[in-house]
Ligand binder design. Structure first.
Ligand code: AP5
Ligand code: MG
Length: 213
């Protein structure tokens, strides 16, 4: 099962992709997570991506298409994968079509998780993530039992460099200008579905499971 999770920053792509990945035993391929790891490692890709990520702009299509092309060749993707945050431009969606065709693969569901802009700002500015296992938290919607500590593994919670209000607003306008057109790219295909991301996290998960079966 090959899936695409779309949606604006903070819609819940990562939160849901982690759970769906666990339930269906397929990997979550988050370009944001991969790029953050590259920045942290100081690799060539990381050095090229850092400035765009910090300002809330997009990293070049060439870089992200390269990352995803390499990643879907790995053995754990043989039974399917969830693309979280890719494609984010029409050019990326077109490049993905080519990659899939070359590998005789297809996307089974493109799921757009929707949410209101003001809720997105509040979600992102309240977010923290475990630096050890990647579990996500929110100061109101999913607070850890002990402040700053992951409930699951005891790791330290960290906030992302791009999760301040100014950068979030820029990410939202970049989404409107460059990523919203990707919805039109997929909309007329039979695999496109929308899920209301304003529901609570468990209800969003249930809606996704209803689609995936
Ligand atoms: P990326 O990491 O993909 O960030 P994003 O798209 O801005 O999305 P987020 O990860 O912020 O949100 P999410 O939808 O995953 O929400 P989450 O589940 O965490 O990309 C970062 C940067 O990398 C980009 O800006 C760009 O520079 C670069 N990049 C990445 N991919 C690229 C590409 N393809 N092309 C070019 N550049 C690329 O939830 C958010 C918070 O809300 C959490 O605290 C969570 O607990 C809470 N929450 C989740 N669901 C709910 C709910 N239903 N109710 C209440 N709270 C909720
Ligand atoms: Mg995410």
């Amino acid at each position: 099962m090959n899936l695409i999770f779309m949606g604006p920053p903070g819609a819940g792509k990562g939160t849901q992709a982690r759970q769906i990945a666990e339930k269906y035993s397929i990997p979550q391929l988050s370009t944001g997570d991969m790029l953050r790891a590259a920045v942290k490692a100081g690799s060539e890709v990381g050095l090229k991506a850092k400035a765009a990520m910090e300002s809330g702009g997009l990293v070049t299509d060439e870089i992200v298409v390269g990352i995803i092309g390499d990643r879907i060749n790995e053995a754990d993707c043989a039974g399917g994968f969830i693309l979280d945050g890719f494609p984010r431009t029409v050019a990326q969606a077109e490049a993905l079509e080519v990659m899939l065709k070359e590998r005789s693969l297809k996307i089974d569901h493109v799921i757009d998780i929707t949410a209101d802009s003001e809720a997105l700002v509040a979600r992102i500015t309240g977010r923290s993530t475990c630096s050890k296992c990647g579990e996500g938290y929110h100061k109101q919607h999913k607070a850890p039992a002990k402040a700053g500590i992951c409930d699951k593994c005891g790791g330290a919670l960290a906030t992302r460099a791009d999760d301040n209000e100014e950068t979030v607003r820029n990410r939202l306008s970049v989404y409107e200008a460059q990523t919203a057109p990707v919805i039109d790219f997929y909309k007329n295909g039979g695999s496109f579905k929308t899920v209301d991301g304003m529901q609570n996290m468990d209800a969003v998960f249930q809606s996704l499971c209803d689609i995936l079966g």
